[in-house]
Design a protein around this ligand. Structure first.
Ligand code: SAM
Length: 231
């Protein structure tokens, strides 16, 4: 993967960035996403935010080597602190980290959101707490996608603040739109996870030491939801 050839995961993220957007890519690492989009003329301007020095330098280098310094600003900053009001950001991508981390970035940076930005989120696990945050903060999920690459399942969630919206506990767990669409990738993921939960329940039942009842009940509830979904 590089700034010319994105991974399938980042290519699908790129597809949801509106044409002509002013993009903030938070946790940009190498900066491939904003640089690829700018090289294609798909966006107008971008901010690449990074909290860690090595990826920050890597993003700076990618931007510089592609001659995009005037259009892409690279900032060393924690989460949404990379965004300044004068950037006029219209889309924010936060990809390749846990859903809880993405949620925490959004929550602690709330003051930097003007509510007009499209959020393009690609959590690696922790989708449920992320969807919960979106719902509680007036974000409607407009699109969801699940793809498998290199034996990993990746979810992409597109949200905009045009709520209020209410999702059920199951919708927060599975994804409200994915539950409706029931794509082959989605069913495959949950068949695999059901087998995993059932195995965990068997191991818990056989465990010598006492297992917190709450934990066993939680896994059993998830297994029941998945069984109902797949029925
Ligand atoms: N977004 C790229 C992608 O999807 O390929 C890079 C993903 S990389 C696994 C996660 C990056 O997020 C790391 O470079 C890490 O330093 C950065 N990161 C984690 N927490 C962050 C935060 N609070 N603010 C900015 N960057 C953060």
């Amino acid at each position: 993967m590089n700034e010319q050839t994105l991974s399938m995961r980042l290519e699908r993220v790129a597809a949801h960035v509106p044409a002509g957007a002013r993009l903030a890519d938070i946790g940009s690492d190498h900066g491939y996403l904003p640089v690829a989009l700018m090289r294609r003329g798909a966006i107008t301007a971008a901010v690449a935010g990074e909290v860690a020095m090595t990826p920050f330098r890597s993003a700076e280098r990618t931007v510089r080597e592609n001659g995009l310094t005037p259009q892409i600003t690279v900032r060393l900053a924690d989460g949404l602190a990379a965004i300044e009001p004068e950037d006029g950001i219209t889309a924010i991508s936060i990809c390749g980290m846990g859903g809880e981390t993405i949620r925490d970035i959004l929550d602690s940076g709330k003051a930097r959101l003007n509510g007009q930005e499209r959020l393009i989120l690609q959590p690696n696990g922790g989708e449920q707490p992320l969807r919960q945050w979106l719902m509680e903060n007036g974000y409607r999920i407009h699109y969801e996608e699940l793809l498998r690459e290199n034996r990993f399942d990746y979810e992409i969630i597109i949200a905009e603040r045009d709520g209020p919206v209410t999702y059920t506990a199951e919708e927060l767990y599975f994804g409200p739109l994915q539950m409706q669409a029931r794509s082959p990738a989605f069913l495959f993921k949950w068949q695999r996870l059901l087998r995993q939960k059932q195995k965990n329940l068997t191991l818990l039942a056989r465990a010598q030491q006492a297992v917190p009842e709450e934990k066993a009940q939680d896994i059993a509830r998830q297994a029941r939801w998945i069984t109902e979904l797949l029925a």
